[in-house]
Design a protein around this ligand. Structure first.
Ligand code: UDP
Length: 496
């Protein structure tokens, strides 16, 4: 009796940039696709593999016995030998400009193992990080469609496309001399205005600017683009993207964090022994009474900024959980008098976390009623999915655009008054404790404004979860991409 050949499942290779803000959502995205029957491989280096190992193992365990789900593999390639100390393989581990330059070199050298993987393995598509612009040519050489992943919102993507074209067409208007000059970004569905000081300055950072040009050009030449976002969050920008960048296919598959199967280990190579303690601390607090403060994985603050933030938290009178990055840990340099008592075991109103926090678990705890965030896109979307209002404190990258989306378009947050686009601490004006406390009060106090923000945030959280459920917009976009790749596979086979 003839046995009918079962079609092989689709195989997608995921190739993330070596920073947590790209690696973590890619691991989540792989879980999302694997649950739908797509074979997923994540190509990365040993230290980065260790960061996602636990979530991948948990996803694979949870799929066992589930109809249709398939396992996720991690393909480990050595970190290129560029003279960095052993174990330094990720953005947050870099402590000097010299190391950062070596790291950039290492990223380029990943081209060779990526090429080799595609020579030795069949993949129906590669979801490659936009920060590897060369991957578009390597994928094309192997006849594999490259789907770009930049890891930002569609809104930020649209804003930066407008800025790039302004700089090409009208550099004087796009680059005023006065840092307080207001620059309008024309042609977008909303009126978007930023101060010049809140934008990347191509004159100060010409190399980075040129790099972003190459990112944009490579993404334009790609088969399509996948976003960690969902249609209901930024519908105008989906339409804008489709009409202004007509040649590109786009799929919105987020919020991918909701697909993670291991929230207590997400983003960390170690089990988080204190995770339970943090959650128990939150259990003892009234609903929506705690402000969560975290600035992602790549930001650091000067002692002066730390001091003002500590003052602001104290002045706000709210309970708080504050995640303090390694670089900011010398408390003697910044801690205001009396602050230690707030966080001491018996002080009860504040908890500081030095190291990795289980962010998704904290944001989704009923005690959390506000999030002071740098507006990294993952954190922003995680807050949206949890229905938590935000105090926005952008620092650099796409964060000022994300702030506009949160505060002015979605109306689920209040800005703290961040004015300076600067990854270097010395270039930023210090934000005072009073302003910080004021912004926290505007999302967690009483009154009409707070009620409206809270209501909007809750509604968006419901829509975010709905997007991933069967029949939701992101669920359908995953299906649409799978159907396209399957159809492409048959047409490629027929052509041969
Ligand atoms: N994150 C976390 N615990 C921490 C710090 C960060 O789980 O202590 C996660 C956070 O949930 C998010 C990611 O790390 O998924 C940070 O990405 P984001 O885009 O917000 O900021 P970036 O670090 O890229 O600036």
């Amino acid at each position: 009796m003839a046995i009918k050949d079962e079609p092989q499942p689709l195989h997608i290779l995921f190739f993330p940039h070596l920073v947590p803000g790209h690696l973590i959502p890619i691991a989540d995205m792989a879980a999302l696709f694997a649950a739908r029957g797509v074979r997923c491989t994540i190509l990365t280096t040993p230290v980065n593999a260790a960061v996602i190992r636990s979530v991948v193992d948990r996803a694979n365990d949870s799929f066992r016995g589930t109809t249709g789900a398939v396992a996720i593999d991690i393909a480990i390639v050595p970190f290129p030998d560029v003279g960095l100390p052993p174990g330094v393989e990720s953005g947050p581990a870099l402590s000097s400009q010299e190391d950062r330059d070596k790291f950039i070199l290492a990223l380029q050298e990943l081209r060779e193992p990526f090429d080799r993987f595609l020579s030795e393995n069949h993949a129906d598509a590669v979801v490659a990080d936009s920060f590897f612009p060369w991957s578009v040519d390597t994928a094309a050489k192997h006849g594999v469609p490259r789907i770009a992943f930049l890891g930002s919102s569609m809104f930020a993507r649209a804003c930066s496309a407008v800025r790039h074209s302004m700089l090409r067409n009208n550099p004087a208007e796009a680059c005023p001399d006065d840092p307080d000059a207001v620059v309008s970004l024309p042609g977008l569905p909303h009126r978007v205005e930023l101060r010049w000081s809140q934008m990347m300055d191509p004159k100060k950072d010409p190399e980075l600017w040129t790099f972003f040009h190459s990112v944009e050009a490579a993404d334009r030449r790609s088969y399509g683009e996948v976003f960690n976002s969902f249609y209901e969050l930024e519908p105008d920008y989906v339409e804008h993207y489709r009409t202004t960048l007509v040649r590109r296919r786009v799929w919105l598959v987020g919020p991918v964090a909701l697909a993670s199967k291991g929230l207590s280990v997400r983003g960390s190579s170690e089990l988080l022994p204190d995770a339970d303690r943090f959650l128990r601390w939150l259990d003892a607090k009234p609903d929506a009474s705690v402000v969560y403060v975290s600035f992602g994985t790549l930001s650091s603050f000067s002692p002066k900024e730390m001091r003002e933030l500590a003052r602001g938290l104290e002045l706000s009178g709210k309970n708080f959980v504050w995640v303090i990055n390694g670089a900011d840990t010398d408390a003697t340099e910044w801690m205001p008098e009396g602050f230690a008592e707030l966080t001491a075991a018996r002080g009860e109103s504040g908890l500081t976390i030095r190291g990795w926090a289980p962010q998704m678990l904290i944001l989704n705890h009923p005690a959390v009623g506000g999030f002071v965030t740098h507006c990294g896109w993952n954190s922003t979307l995680e807050a949206v999915a949890a229905g938590v209002p935000m105090v926005t404190w952008p620092l650099h990258a796409d964060q000022f655009y994300n702030e506009k989306l949160v505060v002015e378009v979605l109306k689920v947050g209040v800005g703290v008054g961040s004015m300076d686009f600067a990854s270097k601490l010395e270039n930023r004006r210090v934000i005072g404790g009073e302003a910080i406390a004021g912004a926290i009060g505007r999302v967690m106090g009483d009154g009409e404004e707070v009620d409206a923000i809270r209501k909007k945030a809750t509604e968006l959280g419901v829509k975010a979860r709905g997007a991933l459920e069967k029949g939701g917009s992101s669920y359908d976009d995953v299906g649409r991409l799978m159907v396209e790749l399957m159809a492409r596979r048959s047409s490629v086979t027929v052509d041969v």
